[in-house]
Structures are given as C-alpha cells and as structure tokens.
Design a protein around this ligand. Structure first.
Ligand code: ADP
Length: 295
C-alpha cells in the first residue's frame, strides 16, 4: 500500500490538485460500519448514470447497491483494496460482464436515457461508444495501420481507404503516437514497446468514436516513463471524453483524476473531489485506506 503523503508525480506529469498536499486532515466522521455512500454520487452533466447496481457471481454479491455518475470531461478514479469490486463495476459500464459465465447485473445504467442492459441494446455499438483499455496492452497480431483501421471498417465509419487513412492518422495523433509510427504503419503492432502498444490500444479505442473510455489499470504493466506518457495522455483526452479509470496507485489517482470513488468489499463508500477525498476523507474506511492503515 502506498502512502498518500508521497504523491510524487512521474517525470513530465502535470501535478494534479491532490499532489499538492503533504498531509491528511483527520476529519473522518462516519464510522467503519456504515456502508451508505458518502459524497456526491451525481454530477451536473453525466454521460453514464448508474442507480442501485448490484453484481453477482454465482449468487455471491460483488457489487452492492452502487449508484454513481460518470461525468463528461472528467476523469473519475475507482480505488480500493484488491477484490473490492473496482474492475467488476468498470465492466458493468460497457457490459463486459456479459462475457463472464454466472455473472448477473441488476439495477439501472443509463446512457442518453436508455438502460444499457435493455433487451434492445446491441453491445457492439455500445462497446464502441464506451471503449475499454485493459491492463496489459493487447494489440491485434496485425500491422499498426490495421490495428486502428479494423474497428472503423467493421463499424462502417469510412467509405474508402483514404477515409480510413484519415481516421488512422487522427486517432494516432490523439493518442500521441503518430510521430513515432508514421513511417512504419505497415509494421506489426506487437513490434512496438509496451508503452507504445498501450497508446496504440488507446488509439484503437478512439478510432471508433467513443464518448466514454474505461481504463482498467492501464499502466500497471508499464515502466515509469511510459506511465507518465499515458498519464499525460489521459489528461489530454479528458477534453473530449469521459474517462473512468481503475488504479491501484493512489499517486496515479491523485495525478490524473478530478473525482475519486472509494470501494470496500463491494460497497461504494465515498465519492468526491479527488483533492477533498485525499485531504479530508469523511469515512473512516476511506481514511484508513489512504493513510495506509488498510489495503
Ligand atoms: P478489484 O478490481 O477491486 O480487485 P474485482 O472486481 O476483480 O475486484 O473482484 C471483486 C470480487 O468479485 C472479488 O471477490 C472477486 O473474487 C470476485 N470476482 C471477480 N471476477 C470474478 C469471476 N469471473 N468469477 C467469480 N468471481 C469473481
């Protein structure tokens, strides 16, 4: 467990609000036994609105009655000890839990007024609208160009090769990778470094025009320099997308997020402005976690 007092930024990473603090004011006022979410679960301009979400694996409850908004132009970080349900909740947001046998999701998850779990919802366009970047970069065993062009082609987003070229270039530019790969687009995606592969995967997600990008510990397989590059990129992408990131690193949550949601044993314990949660946690469990007493 890392200590919130050492929120040291990686090289080149802009210092976010929470990084400016060196200590925590001990203001926790809600005791450990309360499982009611503390803080602002709602935002003014949500892209996704979750209400009373439960997730069960073969009857075992992994997410218990969670309500939370994912806001436009924000990075929200999901934090908490291993096994508390962060990834399970993230996967609810684009129905990736559908791929897990015996996983059942209840509650309401609204996007543009429609419940994404509704019978009429096609998961293929949903997963383009709510894209996902995984822990380990997973480029297709194809060229760099094909990695990006594949999605737009199957979603019918381009009429011809020249339009695909444009999408490939703009996606790689947005992911900060264009200058590094523009002369080797025909080479395999897997020939890139780990950090470049992760930016390729981000470009692939961007290429199909998402509104929300989900990231499940996107830097955990990367070195500090590659991590810094991705964190810079996340900050830039926030201008266009809603971003929800799972991270086990509180330093990273402090650097990249504006809002933070703390989970504990499937309960959403506390949500709030990242700086506020770091410096003045209101729930005893949040305070225990961010001060390193638990986790
Ligand atoms: P976190 O991302 O916070 O580490 P997870 O969402 O991976 O937590 O896991 C939450 C709980 O759900 C844990 O108890 C875990 O064992 C359980 N779980 C996760 N994935 C599965 C699965 N595919 N099948 C059964 N149980 C699972």
């Amino acid at each position: 467990m890392e200590n919130a007092n050492i929120l040291t930024p990686s090289p080149n990473v802009q210092v976010g609000p929470a990084t400016q603090h060196v200590g925590i004011e001990h203001t926790a006022t809600v005791d450990r036994d309360s499982r009611e979410t503390i803080g602002s679960i709602r935002v003014h301009d949500p892209r996704i609105r979750c209400t009373d979400v439960h997730v069960y694996y073969s009857g075992d409850c992994a997410i218990n009655n969670v309500s939370l908004d994912i806001g436009k132009n924000e990075v929200i970080a999901l934090i908490g000890p291993s096994g508390c349900g962060k990834s399970t909740f993230l996967r609810c947001l684009n129905r990736m839990n559908d791929t897990i046998v015996n996983c059942r999701v209840t509650g309401e998850i609204l996007m543009d007024g429609n419940d994404i779990n509704g019978k009429n919802i096609d998961v293929v366009p949903l997963r383009a609208q709510v894209g996902m970047v995984f822990q380990k970069p997973n480029p297709f065993p194809k060229s760099i160009w094909e990695n990006i062009a594949f999605g737009p082609r199957i979603h019918g987003l381009a009429q011809d090769k020249s339009e695909l070229d444009d999408i490939v270039e703009s996606s790689l530019r947005k992911a900060g990778l264009w200058n590094e790969v523009k002369d080797r687009l025909d080479q395999p995606g897997t020939s890139l470094s780990g950090g470049q592969q992760q930016r390729l995967c981000i470009a692939r997600t961007i290429a199909v025009g998402p509104e929300v990008i989900l990231m499940d510990e996107p830097c955990s397989a990367l070195d500090p320099i590659a991590t810094a590059r991705i964190e810079d990129l996340i900050d830039e992408l926030r201008e266009q997308y809603a971003i929800c990131i799972v991270t086990h690193s509180m330093q990273q949550a402090g650097r990249v997020s504006q809002r933070m949601a703390y989970f504990h044993l499937g309960d959403l314990i506390e949500v709030g402005d990242t700086e506020e949660v770091f410096t003045r946690p209101k729930h005893q469990l949040t305070e225990d976690y961010i001060t390193g007493r638990f986790g």
